[in-house]
Design a binder for this molecule. Sequence first.
Ligand SMILES: C[S@@+](CC[C@H](N)C(=O)[O-])C[C@H]1O[C@@H](n2cnc3c(N)ncnc32)[C@H](O)[C@@H]1O
Length: 331
Amino acid sequence: MDVEKEIGQILQGYQPPLVLMTANQLGIFDQLSGAPVTAKQVADALSLSLKGTERLLNALAGMEILVKEDNRFHMPDAWRKYLTEKGDHCMKQWIQLIYDLLPVWTQLPDFVRSGKQLKSIMDMLGTDPENMRAFIDAMHDKGLKATEMIAREIPLGDANRMLDVGGGPGTYSLEWAKIHSHLKATVFDIPPVLEVAKDYIKRYDLEDRVDTLAGDFEKDDLGSGYDLILVANVLHMYDADSGQNLVNKIINALEPGGRVVLHGFCTNQDGTGPLPDTLFSLNIGLLTEGGSAHGVDEMTRWLEKAGVDDIRHFRVEAVPTGVITGIKVSN
Ligand SMILES: C[S@@+](CC[C@H](N)C(=O)[O-])C[C@H]1O[C@@H](n2cnc3c(N)ncnc32)[C@H](O)[C@@H]1O
């Protein structure tokens, strides 16, 4: 291995994401959703400098997000789907969220020195409506692919009554209710987040089968009678004791024979991989008091202790990848 080259590549690694995030933020991708355009046309349309625009577009072409021919740029359909407003899986909010977290990441040395969070996700969600909506929209952008892939792996159609704990926009409930016309789902989250979830429920036209329940799952009742409970991208916000408590609580709310699905970042036993999950553990350390990407073994033990059997772990080709599922033991 050429270590010097390796270090060089690691050091340059932050630049392509910044190119993508800058183009996203400046609305450049939407200028490339039609016929091929010159750098000048893009710069003029968005009141940007020609010099900067040209260099950014060249970099995007170098990254193979754009194609440059006869001094004109265009974006292949495969990228338009994700990067333009009109794309049917637009990831704009998600990309912007990653950009917004950059200033926190530059304080990584402070986190390593103190072990203390630098910003609170829950404060962000509870106190600033604009940030909260952007965050929840980003969750929706990100969740879509995982919903489809998890549904392919697990027989969710066997369930009739689902609880989506810390459900955010309700993406998983909505997508699964769309596939299974008999499924009814409840999205449980804090009140301000549920205002956004209600918009999504309306947008999906599923008000008759997907509803909301407001509360704090550390204190409030989750209801009962569910035969499918999902906890997606939530457990990493809490420490291991809170994780076990939440798992105990959801298994209490689950009918015997019902299915539980834990989805999110989760690492191998020694915490070193998969790399995105290991890096996420740093990310969530910056943003929560006790959060981390818990180990698959650890989460499996939580489920076993709570009375879950038939436990299976698999990964999907989405972000995040981890899924652990099992069935509540019948009495
Ligand atoms: C990272 S988001 C995940 C949203 C959704 N499950 C998804 O994967 O798209 C975490 C969600 O958990 C909710 N949450 C965290 N702690 C909570 C608590 N104590 N009670 C209720 N909701 C909570 C947050 O408000 C947020 O909507």
